[in-house]
Design a protein around this ligand. Sequence first.
Ligand code: ADP
Ligand code: ADP
Ligand code: ZN
Ligand code: ZN
Length: 897
Amino acid sequence: SSSASASDGAARDGFVRVRGAREHNLKHVDVDIPRDALVVFTGISGSGKSSLAFGTLFAEAQRRYLESVAPYARRLIDQAGVPDVDAIEGLPPAVALQQQRGTPTARSSVGSVTTLSSLLRMLYSRAGLYPAQQPMLYAEDFSPNTPQGACPTCHGLGRVYEVTEASMVPDPTLSIRERAVAAWPTAWQGQNLRDILTTLGHDVDLPWQRLPKKTRDWILFTEEQPTVPVYAGFTREEVREAIRKKMTPSYMGTFTGARRYVLQTFAKSQSAMMKKRVSQFMVGSLCPTCDGKRLTRAALSVTFADLDIGEMARLPLSALAALLAPFARGEMPASDAQEDAHNTRDRAAHRRETARRVQAGGSAHAAAPDVRRTPQHSPEKVIAAQRLCADLLGRVATLTDLGLGYLALDRATPTLSPGELQRLRLATQLNSQLFGVVYVLDEPSAGLHPADGEALLAALQRLKAAGNSVFVVEHDIATMRRADWLVDVGPGAGVHGGQVLYSGPPAGLAQIEASQTRNYLFDSSPRALRVRQKPISWLTLEGVTRNNLRGVDAAFPIGCLTAVTGVSGSGKSSLVSQALLQLVAAQLGTAAAGAEDGDDEAAPVPALAALGDDDPGAAEAPLAAATTGRIAGGMAKIRRLVQVDQKPIGRTPRSNLATYTGLFDVVRKLFAATPEARKRHFDAGRFSFNVAKGRCATCEGEGFVSVELLFLPSVYAPCPTCHGARYNAATLQVRWRGIHIAEVLDLTVDAACDIFAEEPAVLRALTVLRDIGLGYLRLGQPATELSGGEAQRIKLATELQRPQRGHTLYVLDEPTTGLHPADVDRLVAQLDALVRAGNTVVVVEHEMRVVAASDWVIDVGPGAGDEGGRIVASGTPAEVATAPGSRTAPYLAEALG
Ligand code: ADP
Ligand code: ADP
Ligand code: ZN
Ligand code: ZN
């Protein structure tokens, strides 16, 4: 299908020439893109920007690379990963920096992603201060991810997990029948365990606290698993009688102690939901052996600048830089090893003091002993320290320049936002000093306050100045203005897009009438996006402490749209996505348990779970209850809590738009009701690709098969039996209005609106999806192919199609990520619809047009990390726009016009 080739002609004139690109929705696109330039790809969501930048240009560069290193892989790659394009000329090798869609592993950290950890380990190995008698260690001995480095108690996790009677039996006044052992499974399996206890002669109606300790301990902690006859529904006496009479039991049941159940489920279950459920009964505590530093005692005995490597990794990067600066200048301000060996207590106190001072932003240098008093340091050590520190400092500077100085090396990557992670990887690339490469980036401005945007642009310019081409898919107007070249894709989304409307210097776009980007790039006059609402009441938080928030009070207007602003790292997410969510969920949880009114909507947990919150990363480690604070008022007006985030709506291609929104259930019933299906006795289950009877047996309903490649990521190829249809031939013979079930999954939302026009239950879901700008998506589009922005809008649409009863609190973290300004206008209209229906919406947001359109603004800051965490200003947009000391104010003022 592809005959791409490099040409000297194209290489010489400095352009990448694309001919006949047809990937996804691209309509035979021809375009010339300059190399050694900052090129920004624009267009509304779904127009085809990524299909061009990533799906075509990057995919082709990667294919050529793979082919050059592994010719044998060619046949397999041909089946799956070749972009649909006639030719690309003049294309250099490419590096993609995409926003991570999945969650990285729990063990990766800022230090490992940036490779700074390995430099730091080298520093400790070569230039660290070793206690007398302690032999020198290798760099790997300082890594918690190696067997020789990991703390033997916690295996390098830093925390140990246990279950206790209190954690598994939260309310000891309940009896076993009343589910005193909350950690046990619910439903049938829970009843089974209770019946087994009855057979074993225990009283399941006595309050837990009145059972003998021996019994309680056995039920909770035994490793024994006796198998006994179960007589369902019998009392203890009846069971005794039944056994005596040798009656046939209902079945034989096997007992499992609560601890065993919790730990086994946590370690072995495939279900993230199950893991998450049992994790609430586990208590994590800091590992007593390594104090959470994850390393062996030997590794932790080595210090540099009076800190062990675990303490060093906990410093914010900006503090780390201040600490290492003197060493990079060739000074060696370290303590005298022998002196310290005599007085370890002093030394520990001194180290604590150094850590405190450095944390507070000072330098360790001032109080450190003079370099001349440490004669035992060999010149080699000083030079090694100087080189390694200089290298570390250079790399750290790149990170702090990108506004990430508040992060510490030991920060786990799952706790970072996708934007932060992408900037970390961008910084790593800046440090790698490659040249002649195309960097392809996906919305690098995501998560950045406008005040941080300048540094990002400077970083991109640096990549370019080093002799690279920088191709960016971006919605940020400021970035577009600074581009050397714009490629505007459109005019619409999906089948209505896929054309290059313009390719040239930014100014020329002004002439292109079909472009939706043009309207925003050249006309910055403010638009009235909505009518402002007045608060019905206030939801007030008091004394919130979490991450960098220290005893913060905050008030959110109920019945309004509130925007929370502030620079990256200032504490917005800590306040909204962590503290507000947790405190409100906790209140609703207890209120819901107390009220027996059967209103399931009041329960926060199902609401969150229903939104696909199945992140297995989140279940890796039980959450430490790190939020303190309380809700002082307003909860009477909040009955339900919904978080709408950008996490995928599912992690496998088995979930898709149709299954997630629930409309596929209705469609399957329509198919089951056709005369053809009834004749064949096909029920609705027959039309699910997750059920064996109806689906293709070869691919088990996946539509494709995966091909494992040695040393390379596995690739997917269409299923040889069903060719991607997912169903078996008999199922496909049933048609509803002329189309079979696989064809339904192939419809776009727009097309489905026509076909299901007379089916109100299907149409309602479809209409909301179309109105929110997702008409171009196919119903069967796998969850894994959707962008974060699309996933978020699908969640929002699923909410909007619910009958609105108001009183719901919606929390969104940066909902405009991935959205073109035109899509942002649509999003604001949807949020406004929620507010007008009597709900409360709180968004964390950088897009000043959204902030300007809000009813209320809470500005957090003023800076990041320890320099932030306070509420700098709150009020109407106009009030915050003039607030002194707010870094948001000038940008908001501009947006208000
Ligand atoms: P943009 O980057 O402008 O938001 P995309 O290039 O991601 O747009 O998408 C363009 C069109 O291609 C959309 O209709 C989208 O649904 C579709 N699409 C995107 N990824 C895939 C894929 N992996 N398979 C099939 N279609 C896709
Ligand atoms: P924002 O949302 O404004 O970008 P955050 O609330 O994410 O800021 O972060 C505020 C501060 O709290 C930063 O110093 C950040 O490093 C820290 N922080 C945030 N989340 C975590 C976490 N899960 N673990 C440790 N520190 C965190
Ligand atoms: Zn440990
Ligand atoms: Zn198949």
